[in-house]
Design a protein around this ligand. Structure first.
Ligand code: FAD
Length: 336
């Protein structure tokens, strides 16, 4: 249970929240970074630590985990306080004097708040299959792949038609003993380039496309999976031999307490003024995946820029008597 005061409280330690620490730090504002997860990095670390991201400027390709390690290095000079493994449950007060409370009983005082909560406390959409819990507990059904190597030599069934399903079918090539992709319709909702790669692998019989089918049942004993039963649209079933099932049916967004903070949510997103990231509550700003405005793209690079805009907008709240003179980082440098 901590009692902490900082200029800015940042809720969410994904890439957007982490880079906001840097931008605030460059303007000499102290931060406290709070996250429900036990580690920094948000989706990049929790969902795709080993997958390369190709659209981070000046990084032609960088894995999710490596990007977060670099961000951690970049914010290290600012000695930001970190409260991990606790959810922010309460927000009260007004610009210049906010109080945040957490599930661990912490009390955080801050002059401004940056909400960088992504999709909130996220969790996977689970398939409605009998006996699922036993297979989840044994790791035979999993919604995240932390290390590709864990699946070496396994017969893997992937279910879903989005980016995660397609990307993991590609990423497990040469690692899994066999890969079958179950989808209920021929069209995938994934990047066209990735879908084309998947089609090419299917043509070479390196991936079995099980279409149009849906998950029907799991077969095995004691949590050890032996086969995934799938059914077509007429109810005809077949068994796919499997050690591991990876269902990728998207993430359930659970904003939880954030729903009650009077932010005027639009479909689980917080509307902001696009030039300064201000929400409808003065002194509360939102960046990254959680914010919305016309033209918003849910991209890490956009979350980075939003952190810079929010920090500059927050400066007068923290320093009401000092004018902010814009300076480049090359001029200012970073703390030693
Ligand atoms: C498989 C996959 C591939 C992707 N590939 C790319 C890509 O190539 N390029 C790209 O730009 N983007 C990509 N993305 C999207 C990118 O990961 C997100 O845009 C980015 O993570 C959003 O960052 P964020 O900091 O806004 O939120 P998140 O990364 O979602 O982090 C939000 C954090 O807030 C925490 N949180 C939420 N509510 C609370 C609370 N009440 N209290 C405490 N903590 C809370 C959560 O625990 C979480 O850690 C990909 C996403 C996925 C799933």
């Amino acid at each position: 249970m901590e009692r902490i005061s900082a200029d800015v409280a940042i809720i969410g330690a994904g890439p957007a929240g982490m880079f906001a620490v840097f931008e605030c730090g460059m303007l000499k504002m102290s931060c406290v970074l709070i996250d429900a997860l036990d580690e920094l990095g948000g989706q990049c670390v929790a969902l795709y630590p080993e997958k390369p991201i190709y659209d981070i400027p000046a990084h032609p390709g960088i894995e999710g985990g490596a990007l977060i390690a670099k961000l951690e290095e970049q914010i290290a000079p600012f000695n930001c306080a970190k409260l991990l493994g606790r959810q922010v449950t309460g927000l009260s007060g007004a610009a210049g004097d906010f109080t945040l409370t957490t599930s661990a009983g912490d009390e955080v005082k801050a002059k401004a708040v940056i909400l960088a909560a992504g999709a909130g406390a996220f969790g996977p959409n689970r398939p409605p299959l009998d006996g699922l819990e036993a297979y989840e507990a044994s790791g035979a059904v999993r919604y995240y792949v932390k290390k590709r190597e864990d699946l070496r030599g396994k017969r893997v069934v992937i279910a879903g038609g989005g980016d995660s399903a397609v990307d993991w079918a590609l990423a497990l090539q040469g690692i899994a003993a066999s890969i079958a992709v179950v989808h209920r319709r021929p069209k995938f909702r994934a990047a066209p380039e990735s879908t084309a790669q998947l089609d090419a692998l299917a043509a070479e019989s390196k991936v079995e496309m099980v279409i149009p089918y849906q998950l029907h049942a799991l077969h095995g004993a004691g949590g050890a999976l032996e086969a995934v039963e799938v059914a077509d649209l007429d109810g005809a079933t077949k068994h796919l031999p499997a050690d591991v099932l990876l269902p990728f049916f998207g993430l359930a967004m659970e904003l939880g307490p954030i729903n009650d903070w009077g932010l005027g949510l639009e479909k689980s997103h917080v509307a902001v003024t696009p030039y300064n990231m201000q929400t409808s509550l003065p002194g509360v700003f939102a960046v990254g995946d959680i914010c919305t405005y016309p033209g918003k793209l849910k991209l890490i690079l956009q979350g980075f820029a939003e952190g810079a805009m929010a920090a500059h907008a927050i400066y007068p709240i923290v320093n009401p008597d000092t004018a902010l003179h814009f300076e480049y980082s090359t001029t200012k440098g970073v703390p030693g």
